[in-house]
Design a protein around this ligand. Structure first.
Ligand code: AVI
Length: 328
């Protein structure tokens, strides 16, 4: 009944808020202070990220879109080689703009496949359930809303067909470096030998090009980072004064780590719930890593996590790559 349903909804929302609160408190108690970039994406953050993707300096989305729109036939061939049916699972599908090129190509070739987009946002899955049948009325579609690995387990149990997993957008770059291998190993464990992974990765390039992408002139990336403080104010009963923090991005061309920080502009105290935090003048809060990869790093990652290289595609500038691996 309705009241049980409401209780469940409130409980789910409360648990979510409690997890968010715990992560924020834990991160700000540490030295150096940090926040988790997965919390960037509330409704306001989603909107700002869409604006980032349209920034002239933010080349990543355009580069990968170029691969999907111009090299669709090659992509489809590499994924479907030696098989006549499979399930196509996408981690963090978003609005599936890029993957729709692939879906159209595979459908046009009469390939027998099911598309299984996974996303943490229920909204995203609802939108896909509505929009995709309009462009591809015969597409077999099962949208799954939830955490990557929980949903991946569900997705892989749907059929015995071979799997192809898409993980686009250099989302892998937002994981702490020491967890990237662990993540790929875990992914491998959820797959069977011969299953394929198509992963978008941002490549090391001119450091100025990279830094500009995370420090756009119009200040959208700055607002994107500051939005997390606003979100904490909105959801966790806190009193950050947003104008007292500034965005600072760095890129280390040796390691390929692009990092962003919020810098406290003066000595200040912030209350979050019952907790009080002190920020010294010029103290950084580490917000996000966006790792850039060398070809050696990519190959090393495949080797360490149990995948074999099959193919890789590039945009015309060779700034971004989609690698295709096969589970060993
Ligand atoms: C989602 N992710 C791949 C973006 C990136 O490039 O690391 C997030 C982002 N952060 C600042 N600008 C974009």
């Amino acid at each position: 009944n309705i009241s049980d349903l409401m209780d469940d909804l409130f409980e789910a929302a409360n648990t979510k808020t409690a997890l968010f609160y715990n992560d924020v408190i834990k991160g700000l108690r540490e030295n150096p202070k940090h926040l988790d970039s997965k919390y960037f994406y509330d409704a306001a953050g989603d909107k700002l990220f869409r604006e980032i993707m349209n920034c002239p300096e933010y080349y990543l989305t355009r580069a990968e879109l170029e691969i999907f729109s111009e090299k669709t036939v090659e992509l489809a061939a590499a994924l479907s080689r030696d098989r006549d049916s499979f399930d196509l699972i996408e981690l963090g599908a978003g609005d599936a703009t890029k993957s729709t090129y692939l879906l159209k190509e595979l459908s046009g070739q009469q390939m027998d496949f099911r598309y299984i987009p996974i996303d943490i946002s229920a909204n995203v899955i609802e939108n896909l359930n509505e929009s995709l049948p309009k462009v591809l009325p015969r597409l077999k579609l099962t949208g799954l809303n939830g955490e990557y690995f929980e949903m991946l387990e569900k997705a892989t149990s749907l059929s015995n067909r071979p799997k192809v997993v898409l993980f686009l957008g250099s989302n892998i770059g937002n994981m702490p470096v020491d967890r990237v291998t662990e993540f790929c190993k875990k992914l491998r464990k959820h797959l069977s030998k011969g299953d394929r992974l198509l992963m978008g990765m941002d490549i090391k390039k001119n450091p100025k090009t990279i830094l500009a992408a995370y420090n756009d002139k119009s200040g959208i990336t700055k607002r994107f980072n500051l939005n997390l403080l606003e979100r904490i104010n909105r959801e966790l009963n806190s009193n950050f004064i947003i104008s007292r923090f500034d965005h600072y991005a760095t890129y280390d061309p040796e390691s390929g780590a692009c990092k962003s920080y919020l810098i406290s502009l003066d000595n200040q105290t912030v209350q979050i719930g019952e907790e009080v935090f002190h920020f010294a003048e010029n103290e950084p809060i580490f917000m996000e890593i966006s790792q850039k990869f060398s070809f050696e790093q990519i190959q090393d990652l495949a080797d360490k996590s149990g995948f074999k290289f099959i193919d890789q595609l590039f945009d015309s500038k060779k700034w971004f790559t989609d690698v295709i691996w096969s589970a060993e």
